[in-house]
Ligand binder design. Structure first.
Ligand code: ZN
Ligand code: ZN
Length: 145
C-alpha cells in the first residue's frame, strides 16, 4: 500500500466506525494535513485543496476540520492573534507563538501540568488537557529587532 493509500484507509476506517460518510473532500483535506505536518489555518487548507477540489468552500473546510477534531486526528490551537490553527500532530506537546509574525514552533517538554488541571477541576471545569503557550519573538523576529 502506498503512503497515500494507507492515509486514506486510516481515515476511511475512522469515518466508518463513526457512521460518517467517506467523501473525496474529507480524503483530500486529510491528505493535505498529513503531508504538511504543521499548523495550518482553514484558509490555508482551502488554498491547498482548491485545485484538486474546485467546489470546496470555507464552511466545508471548517466542518471537515471540526469532524477531524472529533475523530482525534487534528487538534485546535488558538494562537494569540485570534487565528485558529489546526495541528495534525496529536501527541501532547506545547507551542511557542511569535507575537510579531505569528510563527508557531512545537515545544516538546514533559511539562508537569497536573496542578493546573487540578486547579481547573477545583473551579468546576472538566478539562480535556492542558498545554503551554509560550509568547514572545521567534528567532528571525528577535534577530531583526
Ligand atoms: Zn516571528
Ligand atoms: Zn503543534
Amino acid at each position: 500500500m502506498s503512503a497515500v493509500e494507507s492515509i486514506d484507509a486510516e481515515l476511511t476506517e475512522l469515518l466508518r466506525a463513526r457512521g460518517q460518510r467517506v467523501t473525496s473532500q474529507r480524503l483530500v483535506i486529510n491528505r493535505m494535513l498529513r503531508s504538511r505536518d504543521q499548523h495550518v489555518t482553514a484558509e490555508e487548507v482551502l488554498g491547498a485543496v482548491t485545485q484538486t477540489l474546485p467546489g470546496t468552500s470555507l464552511p466545508t473546510v471548517y466542518a471537515t476540520l471540526e469532524l477531524f477534531e472529533q475523530l482525534g486526528i487534528v487538534r485546535r490551537l488558538n494562537s494569540g492573534g485570534g487565528a485558529v490553527l489546526f495541528d495534525s500532530r496529536t501527541v501532547d506537546h506545547h507551542h511557542a507563538i511569535c507575537r510579531d509574525c505569528g510563527a508557531v514552533q512545537d515545544i516538546d517538554d514533559p511539562a508537569e501540568l497536573s496542578g493546573v488541571l487540578q486547579a481547573a477541576r477545583d473551579a468546576g471545569f472538566a478539562p480535556d488537557r492542558a498545554a503551554v503557550v509560550v509568547d514572545g519573538l521567534c528567532a528571525a523576529c528577535a534577530a531583526a529587532s
